[in-house]
Design a protein around this ligand. Sequence first.
Ligand SMILES: Nc1ncnc2c1ncn2[C@@H]1O[C@H](COP(=O)(O)OP(=O)(O)OP(=O)(O)O)[C@@H](O)[C@H]1O
Ligand SMILES: [Mg+2]
Length: 247
Amino acid sequence: MRKVIEIRNLSYSYADGIKALENVNLTVHERERVFVIGPNGAGKSTLFSCILGFLKFEGEIIVSGIPVKKETLKNIRSTVGIVFQDPDDQIFMPSVQDDVLFGARSKFTEEEAQANAREAMQTTGLLGLEKRLAHHLSFGEKKRVSIAGVLAMKPDVILLDEPTSNLDHRHRKHLIDTLMKVDGTLVIATHEMRLVCEMADRVVILNQGKILAQGDPRDILTDKRLLETAYLEPPCECELNKLFSRI
Ligand SMILES: Nc1ncnc2c1ncn2[C@@H]1O[C@H](COP(=O)(O)OP(=O)(O)OP(=O)(O)O)[C@@H](O)[C@H]1O
Ligand SMILES: [Mg+2]
């Protein structure tokens, strides 16, 4: 399988000296659904910011054969889409429609962008809200706007940071159905074990900026000691049943 993301010896410290990532090595293959789990402050969001080149990191990140560096950022950001943890970091156009269209317009013709945006708004349940002011929406609605904007760009790789947080049951289910149909590579950071059981091909545990373990979700999610080391709640029996009946 083709390697889509290759991360070698990645380290990152914030300006105040916080070591958020330390010697992270990770490979993601084409069409894999990789879940990054770990407690608050483990470095999940920082890892995503490094992949997109928002932070000046140490080490090497290669996306579809292209090294992440200043000169390649435009290319990287049309290949990789990110749904931020906080939708307020993502939404900046006034109307829902303009926001969902924004990224697609930079990549496709107007006609294609409109078609992609409509499809993305349909799958995220936003039809009817097109003219609303994005900043006046509820948190869950804003989250769906930011997800739609990324889906409309049809990137090869989508990084989703806590995609289901604040989504109600119906929109959570829609989102999972949509993501399961995405013809691309997904890397998802979450605290929601149920989601991991429902979707993951591979699980990576990040703890205090380091990879503690990675592998088959059936091995990782049944290792109670390992999960406890990273302060993660082991999935319940019904979630594990879902996992074992799926894979
Ligand atoms: N802008 C910043 N300046 C300084 N330190 C930061 C900054 N952003 C994050 N950190 C620190 O870096 C570490 C990793 O944070 P990060 O947001 O990547 O964790 P996370 O795994 O995404 O956590 P959560 O589950 O709460 O979203 C934490 O110790 C955090 O306090
Ligand atoms: Mg985070």
